[in-house]
Write a protein that binds this ligand. Structure first.
Ligand SMILES: C[S@@+](CC[C@H](N)C(=O)[O-])C[C@H]1O[C@@H](n2cnc3c(N)ncnc32)[C@H](O)[C@@H]1O
Length: 269
């Protein structure tokens, strides 16, 4: 088939075969998302009109994208962006791709009264802090991360979104007084790393994910160094919920959309 006569159906069919052979979990979804974006249509339009012609320039873009996805690079890095609540964030290999379960941290902070102050530790792409500013411009939101690379990405996202966040580089809690501190710090156990999907192991920054033998090193350090009386909302793995409750006074755990214990809120004793 000449490139000139290629249709979306041809491109999707070939991509699904290649992605399935490479072991991707959702080959059709990934192929459609990557190809629709290259053709500058939404996924619904691609599905509705499979006879859409694929111009040669788009065919080259699709080939390159599918090659990256076959190497198990996450779709979000291939596209360079990821949606989170109402905003879209630029993401690349310097930052963790924001996960849907982390939206729970935003929901906890949305319960704060008007004008309250909230600080996000380990902001990565800026997802939580920026989503909060987008949805609650009355809140005073600040953010920090240990990684200067992550802070650079969060700054770019703040500027792109026109939101007033000036993230800083800090290990643990940046100095200041806050009504609430939110954090999705690394919480994967060191021994879990080899068993994680290639998308994670090969592409996402390990220092954003793993945290010691029980996965709680970063959380323990944050709690240990926070001022007495500080209110924290901490994301963790479901199996860590009881241990995180033990670290905080009055710790209460919220469940994510899948019903798993995901965020514990409590006070530093
Ligand atoms: C799991 S990622 C979360 C990123 C972002 N909050 C999100 O949910 O998409 C953890 C982030 O915490 C940062 N981090 C790790 N240890 C830290 C520490 N001691 N102090 C501040 N940030 C830390 C990492 O650089 C990384 O950006």
């Amino acid at each position: 088939m000449s490139a000139a006569s290629m249709t979306a159906r041809d491109a999707v069919g070939a991509a699904v075969d290649a992605l399935a052979a490479a072991g991707c979990d959702t080959p059709r979804l990934d192929a459609e998302v990557l190809i629709a974006d290259a053709l500058e249509v939404d996924r619904g339009a691609l599905i509705a009109d499979p006879g859409l012609p694929v111009p040669p320039g788009a065919a080259r873009t699709i080939g390159e994208r599918i090659r990256r996805r076959v190497a198990r690079e996450p779709v979000a890095y291939v596209l360079g962006r990821r949606g989170f609540r109402r905003i879209e964030l630029a993401v690349d290999r310097r930052v963790l791709i924001p996960r849907p379960e982390t939206e729970l941290l935003v929901e906890v902070a949305l319960e704060l009264p008007r004008g309250a102050s909230v600080h996000e530790v380990g902001t990565g792409s800026g997802a939580v802090a920026l989503a909060l500013l987008d949805e609650r411009p009355d809140l005073r939101v600040t953010a920090s991360d240990l990684s200067p690379d992550a802070v650079a990405v969060a700054r770019v996202n703040a500027v792109r979104l026109g939101l007033p966040l000036e993230p800083s580089v800090a290990d643990g809690l940046a100095s200041g007084e806050y009504d609430l501190v939110v954090a999705n710090l690394p919480y994967v156990r060191d021994d879990e790393w080899p068993g994680l999907a290639p998308e994670i192991r090969r592409y996402e920054p390990r220092e954003a994910l793993t945290s010691g033998p029980d996965g709680l090193d970063a959380i323990r350090a944050l709690v240990g160094r926070a001022r007495r009386g500080s209110r924290l909302a901490l994301e963790h793995a479901p199996a860590q919920a009881a241990a995180v409750r033990e670290l905080l006074a009055g710790g209460e755990t919220r469940r994510d959309l899948a019903g798993r214990e995901r965020v514990t809120v409590g006070v530093v004793a």
